[in-house]
Ligand binder design. Structure first.
Ligand code: NCD
Length: 297
């Protein structure tokens, strides 16, 4: 059966651990995989992307694979009314794996339902972003030395931000999750209940100042303005100032999936706890390991 990565639950714990070991080897010395030589990845990006798109292309090429794709759907048959399903039926005849980013929640699962090659969700609307989560977990494991017993603070737009959703679901067992956001951008009660059911101790607050001092991981996110329904404003999004960061533990780490906006000032970059550029660098070895796993290489 074709394996896909639509949501973070598609990879169980032992799969993730094997993947992180592989990724660690690629982080030290990226190497081609002879089994993948000449195979092709199609990157279909129906939404803007810098890191995810380029790091998948880099990962594929470092493995010895070829890459096709687009980053502007207005130049594809989608502009003529082609359905996502038909686009996938076509592209699967050109490629061995499809990486899909799409503005609609559930798009990756729809694609997987008709695809005979592995589909990787590179972000679907406000739903999930599992490859970001795997690189985030790889970063936490390396920087904090463990994936449980942590107090993880998710701040910014946790209602519409898919990176926070996937990471919170994956890290729920055995961790404390604190969601920091104004009411309009706070996680839904259903989502908080889902993380609690998975084993997290969950709390919510509006202010970073309440959460930063006890945090092991401070995961900042930007306001997802393009996903907001009419009437939502961002006037209350809290900023992680260098002064606030002074109240954090000395061994806490600051993460951000990037791109950042005002919530994470450049003035924080010099802080020794900033890990967001290391996090982005981890994207290539982790995506190499994901492609190898899905293609059985
Ligand atoms: C994120 C995304 O697209 O969800 N970016 C990324 O892939 N690193 C975060 C965001 O856009 O805010």
């Amino acid at each position: 059966m074709t394996q896909h990565l639509c949501g973070i639950d598609d990879f169980d714990r032992s799969t993730r651990e094997a993947l992180f070991s592989r990724a660690a080897r690629h982080a030290d010395a990226p190497s081609k995989n002879p089994v993948l030589d000449g195979k092709i990845v199609a990157c279909l990006f129906f939404e803007p992307s810098t890191r995810t798109h380029l790091s998948f292309e880099s990962a594929a090429q470092r493995l010895g694979m070829g890459v096709i794709g687009f980053d502007d759907p207005s130049v594809t048959s989608a502009a003529k009314g082609e359905t996502l399903e038909d686009t996938i039926r076509v592209v699967q005849t050109f490629a061995d794996c499809i990486v899909l980013r799409h503005p609609e929640a559930g798009a990756a699962a729809r694609a997987a339902a008709v695809a005979g090659v592995p589909v990787v969700n590179a972000g679907d609307g406000d739903n999930e972003h599992p490859t970001q989560t795997l690189l985030d977990m790889f970063t936490v494991q390396r920087e904090c030395g463990r994936l449980n017993g942590l107090n993880i603070v998710f701040a910014g737009d946790v209602r519409w931000g898919r990176t926070a959703h996937s990471l919170a679901l994956a890290m729920a067992p055995g961790n404390q999750l604190t969601f920091v956001a104004p009411d309009a951008l706070q996680v839904t009660d259903d989502f908080a209940a889902e993380t609690a059911a998975r084993g997290a101790a969950v709390s919510k607050t509006q202010r970073l100042a309440d959460a930063v001092p006890a945090a092991d991981v401070i995961y900042m996110t930007r306001p997802q303005r393009e996903r907001w329904p009419e009437g939502v404003t961002d006037s209350d999004v809290d900023v992680l100032t260098p002064e606030l960061l002074q109240t954090a533990k000395s061994d806490a780490i600051v993460m951000h999936p990037l791109p950042r906006t005002a919530e994470l000032p450049v003035a924080c970059d010099a802080d020794q706890r900033a890990r967001y550029f290391q996090q982005v660098a981890n994207g290539v070895p982790v995506r190499m390991a994901i492609l190898e796993h899905l293609l059985g290489a």
